[in-house]
Design a binder for this molecule. Structure first.
Ligand SMILES: Cc1ncc(COP(=O)(O)O)c(C=O)c1O
Length: 365
């Protein structure tokens, strides 16, 4: 008889990720009104820490949404109706953001590469020679394919195009690897909470440059909920235009303290170590990485299912042992699987996971 599924299942899926009990607990603070002095203090306290982890002097707006909300905000506010946005796509999420821009009425061009490949800076340089763009939108860590795109390389290329804004989705890599917002000149640097930040979902953070605010003034229909000019006006008063996710802000306050106590460099090194450990296991177990050599993500490994393993059966086996991984995303279902090693995940958690997968594979052999 199989053991009963334990109450707690450790998440090795690429979001939501495991949230530590102390962070969950922080959400149970007594509620405060969002127009109170106590709230302004909380907002300012978080803001100072967000700037440190975003490596920016720009304001970091708090969005009451998941990361998708900031896609909409960036697409809508950073691109004029008469202009174009260039999306760099290499998997499900980068494609979806391009669709978001289209659905918000923007003219979209694509540099699209095969899933598993990275978009190279030379491809961007080439495209910019042929067309003018208000913005380039990229996804630094394509969560479906486990590819880390060279955003620092895009930044280098864009130095020759000061009127083209750089919009970067760092959703599944932020706080897991260096995202040097100001040094790279990222104009909108956006992230969700439920990935390498290791918070529950429902709050998102976007560092927005003054150039975006200037551009937004030229956009007639910026929408209402995600208008950067409205967000900025409230931000000046340590506030948000509408009711914010206060409980999640308490959690963010605690998590930011812990992240800074660990040290960002140490945090990034831990993620690299876990990614290397995962790739070593992949090789030993007879699988192959799906992502292009040299562009493997430090936070999520997408593994080609070269052994034709039954991924659903593996997950049933893992769930009985209090763990879960992810099947391949969309068209990669069954053909690949994903192991997230992000947030507060520790190398020893991966040892337990790999032991369990090895046991499953031995059993199936
Ligand atoms: C790279 C990337 N961008 C954007 C999103 C969408 O973010 P959210 O689900 O927080 O709206 C995801 C979700 O997995 C993602 O992985």
């Amino acid at each position: 008889m199989s053991p009963k599924a334990p109450e707690h299942t450790r998440l090795f899926i690429p979001g939501p990720v495991e949230v530590r009990p102390e962070v969950l607990e922080a959400q149970t603070e007594w509620m405060i009104g969002h127009r109170s002095a106590a709230f302004a203090e909380l907002y300012a306290r978080i803001q100072g820490k967000l700037k440190q982890v975003f490596f920016t002097e720009n304001p970091v707006y708090i969005y009451t949404s998941s990361g998708t909300g900031i896609w909409e905000s960036a697409s809508r506010c950073a691109v004029r109706d008469s202009a174009k946005v260039l999306h760099l796509t290499c998997g499900a999420f980068s494609e979806r953001w391009a669709e978001t821009s289209q659905l918000n009425g923007k003219q979209v061009d694509l540099i699209a590469v095969e899933w598993g490949q990275a978009v190279k800076p030379e491809q961007l340089a080439d495209a910019l020679q042929h067309e003018q763009y208000d913005a380039v939108a990229c996804v630094m860590n394509e969560t479906s394919t486990g590819v880390r795109n060279p955003v620092d390389g895009y930044a280098e290329v864009l130095k020759d195009y000061p009127d083209t804004l750089l919009l970067a989705d760092v959703v599944s890599i932020f706080a897991g690897a260096m995202v040097d917002t100001d040094a790279w000149g990222i104009d909108v640097c956006l992230t969700s909470s439920q990935k390498a930040f290791a918070l529950p979902p429902g709050i998102a953070f976007g560092a927005v440059s003054p150039a975006v605010l200037e551009r937004a003034k030229e956009v007639k229909n910026r929408g209402y909920y995600f208008d950067v000019l409205a967000l900025d006006k409230s931000h000046q008063k340590n506030n948000t235009p509408s009711t914010p996710p206060i409980a999640l802000m308490f959690a963010a306050d605690k998590q930011l303290d812990d992240m800074l106590a660990e040290g960002m460099d140490a945090r990034f090194a831990r993620h690299e170590l876990m990614a290397e450990k995962t790739r070593a296991w992949v090789k030993k177990a007879g699988f192959e990485m799906f992502s292009e050599e040299g562009y493997h993500s430090p936070t999520v490994s997408t593994v080609a299912n070269t052994r034709n393993m039954d991924i659903a059966a593996l997950n049933a086996f893992l769930t009985e042992r209090g763990m879960v991984i992810s099947n391949g995303y969309g068209k990669l279902k069954g053909k690949a699987f994903r192991i997230a090693h992000m947030g507060d995940c520790q190398p020893e958690h991966l040892d337990i996971l790999f032991d369990a997968i090895d046991t499953f594979l031995d059993k199936e052999a």
